[in-house]
Write a protein that binds this ligand. Structure first.
Ligand SMILES: N[C@@H](CCC(=O)N[C@@H](CS)C(=O)NCC(=O)O)C(=O)O
Length: 208
């Protein structure tokens, strides 16, 4: 059975939502930043980065949330979790997914873990301020793309890209980006998202 190691409201949220979408049984293992579980030998042997998410699928061990989302979508190619292989919509889905993981999420790490990027408190604070600005600019690229009236980033079909967006979009500040905010409201109003929020103990941020 698929096993997801997760922390509530973190980079494991999108994989968790997609597991719910697949509708197959899976096991959840809740980790903690405080109880040492990320640093336990048995976890570190599988995931030396000591982070979540991690997906264990028989003898396959995956870390990196985007890789896990893509692998899960591949479990059921007819599910519509991704556009058809080779299609323009699929290419757009790759573009937005990689943009989110490689640009937006990478810079979010700078403000969530600012103390890891500077040896001084002032330096860390400066990094945080710059990173917040950069993430906001990157988010506005998504808002701009949605400005042409398309319902979802890759076109007319909701894919794993939107689950990834919702995971990164847990920010009050996004309420000022009209197109993005409208999409985030739609995305939260989804039975699989609601089930995932409930399992992780999260409150709806946009659709409440
Ligand atoms: N790029 C990675 C980021 C993973 C990551 O940073 N996870 C955080 C939660 S959002 C974590 O496990 N933090 C614990 C730590 O770094 O101590 C991914 O998307 O999987």
């Amino acid at each position: 059975m698929l096993k997801l190691f997760y922390l509530p409201d973190t980079a494991s949220l999108a994989p968790h939502i997609i597991l719910n979408r697949l509708g197959q049984p899976f096991e959840l293992v809740k980790m903690s930043k405080d109880d040492g579980s990320l640093h336990e030998q048995v976890y570190m042997e599988l995931n030396p980065n000591r982070r979540v998410p991690m997906l264990v699928d028989a003898d396959l061990v995956l870390f990196e949330s985007a890789a896990i989302c893509l692998h899960l979508a591949d479990q059921d190619p007819d599910s519509g979790l991704m556009a058809p292989l080779g299609s323009k919509k699929r290419a757009l889905a790759y573009k937005w997914l990689v943009f989110m993981t490689n640009s937006i999420q990478a810079d979010m790490m700078l403000y969530f873990y600012k103390e890891r990027f500077s040896n001084s408190a002032e330096g860390a604070e400066e990094i945080r301020t710059i990173a917040i600005e950069r993430v906001s600019t990157f988010m506005s690229r998504l808002d701009d793309a949605l400005g042409d009236g398309r319902p979802y980033l890759s076109g007319g079909q909701k894919t794993i890209v939107e689950d990834y967006l919702l995971m990164l979009g847990q920010e009050e500040t996004l309420k000022s980006m009209a197109h993005l905010y409208a999409l985030l409201c739609v995305l939260e109003d989804d039975p699989h998202v609601k089930a995932t929020y409930e399992a992780e103990g999260l409150q709806a941020l946009f659709s409440a």
